[in-house]
Design a protein. Structure first.
Length: 168
């Protein structure tokens, strides 16, 4: 869904101020993430956590790239590389953070299921990590809200100067 929504985000860049664009896409992403915390039905969870959050993320994905390119037109490759590599570094940090929130005691999976020729090792329904997932989604949504507010405050559009031949 993110890849499809990137097309909408690219169109929005030409017609909206970056703050408004970020507010719309970021709010869709963060609110759907917050709502997914309360879903008990798997398909409703999938709708909010994957589909709607993916749309919000896709809308804002290209925004920092294009906005940064306006400020550094001669260094588009370097600026794009820095921004896109930050996604990879952030994924590493989020992985450690969410694992700590979901499984703080480093509990070992305790449910063994034979699936064909292989053995699946999972957490049982009464173990702690599955019960910590809603808490993790809640904490992450608060962090994302803080990051979104900071990004909206710090985002601005480069003013372009055009010269009128009569004034020159």
């Amino acid at each position: 869904m993110g890849a499809i929504a990137m097309q909408l985000g690219a169109l929005m860049l030409d017609y909206m101020h970056p703050k408004l664009h970020l507010t719309i896409g970021g709010t869709v992403f963060v609110v759907s993430f917050m709502i997914s915390r309360y879903m008990e039905n798997f398909y409703m969870f999938l709708l909010f956590y994957s589909i709607i959050a993916g749309i919000g993320y896709g809308i804002i994905y290209i925004l920092p790239l294009k906005n940064a390119w306006l400020f550094f037109p001669d260094k588009k490759g370097m600026v794009g590389g820095i921004i896109l590599s930050s996604h990879s570094f952030a994924a590493i940090g989020w992985s450690f953070f969410t694992v700590y929130l979901i499984n703080p005691d480093n509990e070992i999976p305790n449910l063994y299921i034979n699936v064909g020729n292989s053995l699946e090792v999972l957490y049982s329904a009464d173990s702690q990590p599955p019960h910590n997932v809603p808490y993790c989604l809640e904490v992450v949504s608060y962090v994302l809200t803080g990051l979104l507010v900071m990004a909206i405050i710090l985002m601005y559009k480069k003013q372009t100067v055009t010269f009128d031949l009569e004034l020159a």
